[in-house]
Design a protein around this ligand. Structure first.
Ligand code: 6OG
Length: 185
């Protein structure tokens, strides 16, 4: 690795844009996007959203979430996104872990995602333009219509565990999961 690349990575890291990618043996992956996901649970049900056309992950069921804004904490972003996308106000959140998603052919989509859950919220849900909402039985989640990484780590979240993971896809268009690393913490 040339010195200029190292210098650039150091600069990125100082700006908070580079994250350790252990699967690539200590190399750094530049991540400019930081986002959150927040699973809401009511008894045995989980609230998912069918991402609308033109949204990131369109056609997939996913938890409410989205990008962290400048100067915002992951917790604040999770509460804001849940409110904007569901109309529900979360009173408390549990942080389960951090996931790194890498799209090898589309670096601009690489993102670090903080994953939360909550069973402590109020209000009544209403959909947004991000997508329609539906409560699913925790044991009947629509994994065939969800991001391919979800079936790897979501069982840990459902088990109330904490974890860290890295998932490598070919491209945003293909969404083929090439390899991954996942550990409980
Ligand atoms: P917006 O661009 O919509 O934020 N996200 C993923 N979620 C899952 N389950 N799997 C992935 O594997 C994901 N990559 C990103 C994080 C993007 C939203 O999509 C989530 C954010 O909630 C690749 O603002």
């Amino acid at each position: 690795m040339g010195i200029s690349v190292l210098a650039k990575l150091k600069e990125e890291k100082e700006k908070g844009n580079a994250v350790d990618a252990g699967l690539l043996r200590g190399s750094k992956t530049t991540v400019t996007r930081k986002a959150v996901l927040c699973y809401l649970f009511k008894g045995n049900a989980a609230l998912l959203q069918l991402k609308s056309k033109d949204k990131f992950g369109a056609g997939y069921w996913n938890a409410p979430g989205g990008k962290i804004e400048e100067g915002e904490s992951p917790e604040a972003a999770a509460a804001r996104e849940v409110y904007e996308e569901t109309g529900l106000a979360v009173n408390s959140l549990r942080l389960h872990g951090e996931l790194l998603f890498v799209f090898e052919e589309d670096e601009e989509y690489n993102q670090q995602v903080f994953v939360f859950s909550s069973n402590d919220f109020s209000g009544s849900e209403k959909p947004s333009e991000e997508g329609i909402l539906r409560w699913f039985d925790k044991d009947k989640l629509p994994f065939n219509a969800m991001w391919p990484d979800d079936k790897k780590w979501l069982p840990l979240l459902l088990d109330n565990k904490r974890f860290r993971g890295e998932f490598y896809f070919d491209s945003y268009k293909n969404k083929k999961l090439l390899r991954y690393k996942l550990e409980e913490i």
